[in-house]
Write a protein that binds this ligand. Structure first.
Ligand SMILES: Nc1nc2c(ncn2[C@@H]2O[C@H](COP(=O)(O)OP(=O)(O)OP(=O)(O)O)[C@@H](O)[C@H]2O)c(=O)[nH]1
Ligand SMILES: [Mg+2]
Length: 224
């Protein structure tokens, strides 16, 4: 048992080194990368589809889709109009920096402004593995329940922005938004939050404007 902790630490620090290399590749290409994490079915691919459809023409987008076994989500992203690369993790419950490195090798990075990475649906493992993206973004969704920040604190603590999807279901589900947001505030004070519905499209503009703003700021910081 004594051997166990150092091994885990070595794996994580090796991952962090590769994540840093990925970040350098993003920055050299003036490409902005975001890592979308969520539980299974929260709406990661739905949000990616909306983002592609609404921002194509303003930004050049690519998608890297992490999935345990299928290419369903990458196919959806491609059908929405983006270049999409599939990573099958072969059973792993998260993406890591070396997997993303392999996907980046398949893309002509300088030709894109924004890379959306869809992580494997899971609220635990993805939080431990940095990928090198500029932002880690969590999508929560109403049917998951309002207690998730309390039950999965590491994930909520580590993210840079929060999307709350499926607000169209609020009238049908016991979800106490104040209780949920109190939990988030304790873990991640002032976290920027976007309550949206991918079903109705409501409140998506706030998310899209913020994302465009992040890309623009990153581009200007790289060209200075
Ligand atoms: N009511 C409602 N349903 C939604 C909304 N967004 C997504 N869905 C539905 O939720 C289901 C899962 O959506 P996906 O976008 O595939 O979720 P995901 O997080 O990519 O799922 P995995 O990749 O399997 O983890 C689909 O049936 C969507 O149509 C929403 O805002 N409201
Ligand atoms: Mg998906």
């Amino acid at each position: 048992m004594k051997q166990r902790m150092p091994v885990v630490e070595n794996i994580l620090s090796a991952n962090d080194r590769l994540a840093e290399e990925n970040r350098q590749r993003f920055d050299q290409a003036a490409l902005y990368g975001i890592n979308l994490m969520a539980s299974p079915g929260a709406g990661k691919t739905s949000l990616i589809e909306h983002t592609i459809k609404r921002l194509t023409g303003q930004l050049s987008l690519a998608v890297v889709d992490g999935d345990i076994a299928t290419s369903i989500d990458a196919d959806r992203a491609a059908a929405a109009g983006a270049e999409a690369v599939q990573i099958n993790t072969g059973g792993e419950c998260h993406l890591d920096a070396v997997m993303l490195q392999g996907a980046l090798n398949q893309l002509e990075l300088p030709s894109y402004d924004l890379l959306l990475v869809e992580n494997v649906g899971n609220l635990v493992c993805p939080a431990a593995f940095q990928l090198g993206t500029h932002q880690n973004i969590l999508i929560a969704s109403i049917p998951e329940g309002d207690d998730k920040p309390y039950k999965y604190p590491t994930m909520y603590r580590g993210v840079d922005a929060l999307v709350i999807n499926k607000i169209d279901l609020l009238p049908y589900i016991d979800f106490d938004m104040q209780y949920f947001q109190r939990g988030v505030e304790v873990l991640n004070p002032g976290l920027i939050t976007f309550p949206i519905s991918c079903r109705t499209g409501e409140e998506l503009d706030g998310w899209l404007d913020w994302l465009k703003d992040q890309v623009t700021k990153h581009k200007s910081s790289q060209t200075k």
